[in-house]
Design a binder for this molecule. Structure first.
Ligand SMILES: C[S@@+](CC[C@H](N)C(=O)[O-])C[C@H]1O[C@@H](n2cnc3c(N)ncnc32)[C@H](O)[C@@H]1O
Length: 345
């Protein structure tokens, strides 16, 4: 019998395998935060920093469960351990305390039980679920949302968008704008943030009627409430209000296929005077479509849940050009967001 050929002793791979561990285990971060949120951990640590043993006693969980949860939250940057006690970091204080305006609770409520599994991604990638998404968004566009659904969705988008709205308002020069139309403006957080920063600006949030009812309540709580109003309408079917010199869309073009985006761009063009600006707030993919990670993940979510996609700047510039706009430009905005703008000649 011939001896079996023996392989060479193994050398380690050229790169270490930490990214693969990360890929495998990253999915646990979000549910650990939503469970900790549900258990009231962050509010408790805001009252008083605590040891793992104190947390396990207070939350009636085992010591090893408390240790695992606290270590993961600290490794994600939400907690810091000092002298054996866990303290909230500024990141946790900003986004995880229920009393904070930037609290992400509305997002947690809607996303904590959404399956992010092989089957879900496989279905989206193999059978482009645009048709299902179109059916789901038909209930959006037809405006037949029950008030509870509109409230939950709007609370989710508000939680998702408020920080980027306030961040964008600091960056964006609206000194030459008198009236801004925020199309599909959700909770109105962008219109409100712009108005609070620009006392002479007036803004209108065009939204589905059920969402306007929620936005009206959020707008009323702003010191700039007098400057902002809502306009209940279906953006694809109803006339848009006139008299605005800027039309703003945030996280809207990425929801829709190219024809719908062209329709929105052309409607904005028709609604604007000469010299008026269109502003698109989106997470952009790099020209080579090789990242960054945040927008790339968002693109995958669009493939799962919506009809649209994340764009590159060049794609949006071409689309706006087809609608008649000129001088496309891009400004890095808050976090992973960018602001694409163009002018009606
Ligand atoms: C992804 S959210 C973006 C909300 C907001 N601009 C933001 O960035 O937080 C999309 C919004 O489009 C609105 N929408 C969907 N179809 C619409 C339609 N036909 N007319 C007006 N608004 C619509 C939804 O109600 C929702 O608020």
């Amino acid at each position: 019998m011939e001896p079996r050929p023996q392989r060479q002793p193994l050398e380690p791979p050229l790169v270490d395998d930490r990214p693969l561990w990360d890929l495998w285990q990253a999915a646990y971060g979000f549910p650990t935060v939503t469970v900790a949120d549900e258990l009231g951990l962050f509010a408790r640590l805001d009252e008083a920093p605590a040891t793992a043993a104190e947390i396990s006693a207070a939350l009636h969980i085992s010591d090893r469960a408390a240790e695992a949860m606290l270590a993961l939250l600290a490794a994600h940057g939400f907690l810091v351990a000092r002298d054996g006690r866990f303290h909230l970091t500024p990141l946790a204080r900003s986004y995880l305390l229920p009393g904070n305006p930037f609290y992400r609770g509305g997002l947690f409520a809607l996303y904590k039980d959404r399956p992010r599994t092989h089957a879900v991604v496989r279905e989206a990638l193999l059978h482009d679920r645009r048709l299902d998404a179109a059916r789901a968004t038909a209930s959006w566009t037809d405006g037949d949302w029950a008030p509870e659904r509109a409230a939950a969705m709007t609370a989710m988008m508000h939680a998702m968008s408020l920080a980027s709205a306030v961040g964008l308002a600091r960056l964006l020069d609206l000194s030459a704008t008198t009236r801004l139309l925020d199309v599909a403006g959700g909770s109105g957080c962008f219109a409100v943030a712009f108005a609070e920063r620009n006392p002479s600006l007036r803004a209108t949030v065009l939204e589905l009627p059920a969402v306007c009812a929620v936005a009206d309540r959020l707008i009323a709580a702003s010191p700039a409430a007098e400057q902002v109003g809502t306009h209940p309408a279906n953006m694809f079917a109803d006339p848009w209000p006139g008299g605005h010199d800027a039309v703003f869309f945030s996280n809207v073009f990425h929801d829709w296929d190219r024809d719908r985006c062209l329709d929105l761009g052309r409607r904005a063009f028709a609604a604007l005077p000469t010299g008026g600006r269109i502003l698109l707030h989106e997470q952009l993919l790099a020209d080579a479509k090789d990242g960054p990670l945040g927008p790339a993940r968002y693109a995958l979510m669009m493939a799962i849940y919506q009809e649209g996609k994340q764009f590159t700047f060049a794609e949006l510039a071409a689309l706006l050009g087809e609608c008649g706009f000129v001088d496309p430009d891009v400004l890095p905005a808050y976090g992973d967001f960018s602001l694409v703008s163009a002018r009606k000649p």
